[in-house]
Ligand binder design. Structure first.
Ligand code: ZN
Length: 212
């Protein structure tokens, strides 16, 4: 219950009505697309989490599309495209609805609150500073995911063990515990971990700048 005190409750002013007078949740077009791509199970999860509902409203307002990755079970986001200046989110249709809900929470955090770029200006920022900022953002995205997990658990959902990894760290020690765990996690690329992933992203940018 302590966790729920940290998160805002749903806001009644965001509820609208259809022509029959029935209650309709906000962000109907994004909801319709998510239902079409991933089924009603994902919508039920979103409706169980006021934080996810708020994310969806903000994504809709910024016209950030959520797209389907066919036959894939992962997710990612693009910080910017010509068609979508605020970014795009991609979610695999082979993932479970629970995975998809938490992917959505995670990627929505990057899109709505992220400040690190995948193509840093290496002349203006040191490698260590860049890596540290990336790790901070990733930790905060995982914290957001953990807060959504708390709401889903409170609503009666049983989350698979893999989703309890960072959630347990969040309960144990908040930001610091998640950050420490992230440094040990090798799932970013299956081998070397998140720090190395961000180091190589920086070095690629440096290489591109040298070549240009
Ligand atoms: Zn992330």
């Amino acid at each position: 219950m302590l966790l729920l005190a940290l998160v805002p409750l749903g806001n009644m002013s965001n509820i609208t009505y259809d022509i029959t007078g029935a209650l309709m949740p906000a962000c109907s077009s994004l909801r319709a697309r998510l239902r079409k791509y991933f089924g009603p199970g994902l919508l039920a999860l979103i409706d169980a989490s006021p934080l996810l509902q708020a994310d969806l409203r903000k994504l809709e307002k910024l016209r950030v599309p959520v797209k389907r990755l066919k036959n894939r079970a992962d997710a990612y986001c693009l910080e910017y495209t010509d068609a979508s200046p605020h970014g795009e989110i991609y979610i695999g249709d082979a993932a479970s609805n629970c995975d998809q809900a938490l992917f959505l929470a995670h990627e929505a955090y990057h899109i709505l609150h992220g400040t690190t770029t995948s193509n840093p200006n290496t002349r203006q920022m040191s490698r260590e500073r860049y890596v540290s900022k990336c790790l901070q953002e990733e930790t905060r995205a995982l914290m957001h995911e953990a807060k959504v997990s708390a709401q889903l658990i409170d609503a009666g959902y049983r989350l698979p063990y893999k989703h309890l990894f960072y959630f347990a760290a969040y309960l144990r020690g908040g930001y610091r515990a998640i950050h420490d765990l992230l440094l040990l996690d090798t799932s970013a690329d299956g081998r070397s971990g998140f720090r190395q992933l961000f180091v190589s992203r920086y070095e690629k940018s440096r290489g591109r700048r040298k070549a240009s």
